[in-house]
Design a protein around this ligand. Structure first.
Ligand code: FES
Length: 89
């Protein structure tokens, strides 16, 4: 039984399907990374300023830190490819 405040949300990130219990007002970025434990999208300022978390949500560029977890239900998220490190060999 879920606490009253939590929602069950189902979404897809880079082809992986998730169904998790989420706090509706928590950012989508936090739910994807901290609850679903998907390693991407990237985390940055979490204030909508840096663009690190920008991903395609149903084909539309979206800053996931500015989206609520309640809006995650039924969406398909596509994260940008990982950046190449300038220190990679
Ligand atoms: S983490 Fe900086 S814009 Fe989302």
């Amino acid at each position: 039984m879920l606490p009253e405040m939590m929602l069950k949300v189902t979404f897809t990130v880079d082809g992986d399907e998730y169904c998790v219990d989420a706090w509706p007002d928590l950012s989508a970025l936090r739910t994807i990374r901290d609850v679903a434990r998907h390693p991407r999208p990237r985390r940055g300022c979490e204030m909508g300023l840096c663009g690190s978390c920008e991903s395609k949500v149903d084909g539309i560029e979206t800053r996931l830190c500015q989206m609520t977890s309640a809006s995650l239900d039924g969406v398909m998220i596509e994260t940008p490819p990982p950046r190449r490190s300038m220190f990679a060999v």
